[in-house]
Design a protein around this ligand. Structure first.
Ligand code: NIG
Ligand code: FE
Length: 429
């Protein structure tokens, strides 16, 4: 018998999401490569075998074992677009929106992102860490094992660098693996009101070089985890020319790129981001159908964020069904942030995607595992249960993975395993 550290066996379903390298498109977006009555063998932090439970129990002599008792196993979920490092909340604006104000009206009146900016600017790094830890804990309990985290509430040199420092501290302080994204062009800060281009000068000449320097010396670079650069290309934020300057400067530094595009108005940011080889383009709520073919022919991932439409009470959702049918590599994410998406739940995100964007449960799972991993540059490391992949997986509370999407607002995860260690056990699970 071969030794292994952990054998998880007797699972009704092992949803491996295994397949060829690269993001999934078209019919491949719904191929789960499921094994019934399956098991997963782990050595140290890595998966070494996936297969039939009987076979793996004959083959391996484990130090530890978990009897999954007919539950389903799936890859740890990956939240590839979040804004979880901030101070305070926007509860008062939520009430204003309940009374009829729109997100854009609140933003134009100096609230929204700028409200969170004020609170974040006056917070120390340790306060940002302390306020964010409970959010990460909740994410873990909902099955997220890897998350991208953006800056973008500092909007000035030192406060943006404090957000980066907080992300680095948080990545060592709890089990979820974090991928940092620098988003200094998230909103025009008040001191540059009406002078967005001058703020972009500062971003490009001073903030981006400092972020790059910080990254080179960070634990992320040492672990080969990328630093992304993102921009909010939107009416009321940054136009296409300004956004292009940020992403071009990022490219010149050799940093991978993302862009918030087509959330409310299609300005042409999508095409610009594709031209600059963005790893992902995010939102795409109002993207017109002719762009789907262009997207499908690129290697860029389309990250869709249905909780924003849900939270803003909009009846319009991104056209996931048409995008998938056109061959676009679609990923899903929460967009967790205090304004447009106050939720860290990927199960809820998948549930809404299935109900309002025409996605199948299998597609929603690939979109929050394999394709989400590619959206943050970790495609070959996490997102599927295959030998050689990092041992990040979930034992669900039921034997059918579709409960992840079927249940609304539930807690569908019984155990979370990160790098081969059990990092969360549901009480009385
Ligand atoms: O992705 N769209 C821009 N940024 C966030 C919202 C952030 C906020 O409202 O605080 C988003 O929706
Ligand atoms: Fe966002």
């Amino acid at each position: 018998m071969e030794p292994c550290d952990l054998l998880i066996h007797s699972a009704a379903q092992v949803v491996t999401c295994a397949g060829p390298p690269g993001p999934r498109r078209g019919a491949a977006l719904r191929e789960l490569a499921m094994i019934t009555n399956g098991a997963v063998a782990i050595r140290d932090t890595t998966i070494i075998a996936v297969g039939a439970s009987d076979e793996l129990r004959r083959r391996f002599h484990p130090i530890h074992e978990i009897d999954a008792r007919g539950r389903a196993l799936c890859p740890g979920l990956i939240d590839c677009h979040t804004h979880i490092v901030y101070a305070g909340d926007r509860v008062a604006e939520f009430e204003q929106r309940c009374a009829g104000a729109t997100y854009q009206e609140i933003m134009a009146a100096g609230g929204g992102i700028l409200r969170t900016m004020q609170l974040t600017r006056s917070a120390t790094t340790m306060k940002l860490v302390a306020e964010t830890l409970p959010r990460l804990r909740q994410m873990l309990q909902l099955g997220t094992t890897t998350a991208e985290v953006k800056t973008g509430y500092g909007l000035e040199r030192d406060a943006e660098l404090r957000q980066l420092a907080a992300i680095a501290l948080l990545s060592g302080a709890q089990p979820i693996e974090l991928v940092p994204t620098f988003l200094p062009a998230h909103a025009v800060p008040p001191e540059f009101s009406g002078r967005a281009s001058e703020y972009i000068d500062l971003v490009v000449t001073e903030m981006l070089p400092l972020a790059h320097e910080w990254y080179r010396k960070s634990s992320f670079a040492a672990r080969d985890i990328p630093l992304f650069v993102d921009v909010f290309c939107e009416r009321g934020a940054f136009d296409v020319a300004q956004s292009r300057r940020v992403l071009t400067a990022a490219r010149d530094f050799g940093l991978p790129r993302k862009a918030h595009v087509d959330e409310f108005v299609a300005l042409g940011g999508l095409e610009m981001a594709l031209e600059l080889g963005a790893t992902s383009v995010d939102h795409l709520d109002v993207t017109a159908a002719p762009a789907f073919a262009t997207l499908a022919n690129s290697s860029t991932i389309a990250v869709l964020l249905p909780l924003v439409s849900l939270n803003l009470g909009l009846i319009h959702f991104a056209a996931a069904r048409q995008m998938i049918d056109a061959g676009v590599a679609v990923a899903l994410s929460t967009d967790a942030n205090p304004g447009s998406a106050p939720s860290v739940s990927l199960p809820l995100t998948m549930a809404i995607a299935c109900r309002y964007m025409g996605m199948l449960p299998a597609e929603a799972l690939i979109a929050t595992t394999v394709n989400a991993a590619h959206a943050i540059g970790l495609g070959g490391r996490v997102g599927s249960l295959m030998p050689g992949m990092q041992a990040d997986l979930l034992v669900l509370t039921t034997g059918d993975y579709r409960w992840l999407m079927y249940e609304l607002g539930g807690m569908p995860v019984e155990q979370v395993i990160k790098r081969g260690r059990v990092v969360w056990d549901k009480p009385n699970g």
